[in-house]
Design a protein around this ligand. Structure first.
Ligand code: NI
Length: 211
């Protein structure tokens, strides 16, 4: 390689690391999934803490964060019309629950929509059927779902198609959040993690809690 090729390679590396939060290259780097890096609040400078939410589950029952005290919450924020990322993320949550075996009894998996205009209680009930049997789908008013997403610092923006205000796609961050029995955030998992790895981190967190 001549020096220009080396320079070009360096620029590529810089560009790739600049988009670190969402680039697949970063997601696949399993050495990044080291406990400590993902333990919070270190991972995001204390910005994400988790927090209260007050929503309605897919059976129409009220559901707030305090209902799940004493359990770990494994939370995925997303929207049902998502073509790829959200279904895949929920598949990983389902796999992690399966891998956990009996320990999964201490974990409540939650799908919280940030698209309540389209993701109604009735539609959510059908949707969650595709994933783990204990997955609860949560929706609410726009204010309620926004407050929930904000408490986990979820990044969302909608892109509207011309002429139809229910035809839009949403860009969003795609972390899975693990909160402890006190409702406070323990760990965030990047998009791209597999269920087995996620389960092993959940077990690590559980072991620390009971020590
Ligand atoms: Ni999505």
């Amino acid at each position: 390689m001549n020096k220009w090729a080396v320079l070009a390679a360096l620029v590529m590396v810089l560009l790739l690391s600049y988009g670190a939060d969402s680039s697949p290259a970063d997601v696949q780097r399993h050495d990044a999934f080291v406990p400590g890096i993902y333990d919070l609040p270190k991972a995001v400078g204390g910005k994400v803490t988790g927090g209260p939410f007050s929503l309605t589950d897919h059976l129409g029952r009220p559901a707030s964060d305090t209902d799940f005290r004493g359990q770990f919450m494994l939370i995925y924020f997303g929207y049902m019309s998502c073509p790829d990322v959200c279904p895949k993320g929920l598949q990983v949550v389902t796999e992690a629950m399966d891998v956990l075996g009996p320990a999964a009894g201490r974990v409540q998996p939650l799908f919280i929509t940030f698209d309540p205009d389209r993701d109604t209680v009735a539609l959510l009930a059908d949707f969650v059927d595709n994933f783990h049997p204990r997955l609860l789908g949560l929706t609410g008013t726009k204010e309620q779902t926004l407050a929930a997403a904000n408490s986990y610092d979820v990044d969302v923006s909608a892109t509207y198609a011309a002429g139809n205000n229910l035809d839009y796609s949403m860009n969003h961050s795609a972390f899975t959040y693990l909160s402890g029995p006190d409702g406070k955030l323990r760990m965030m998992f990047r998009d791209g993690i597999d269920g087995k790895t996620m389960a092993s981190f959940i077990v690590n967190v559980m072991n620390k809690e009971t020590r």
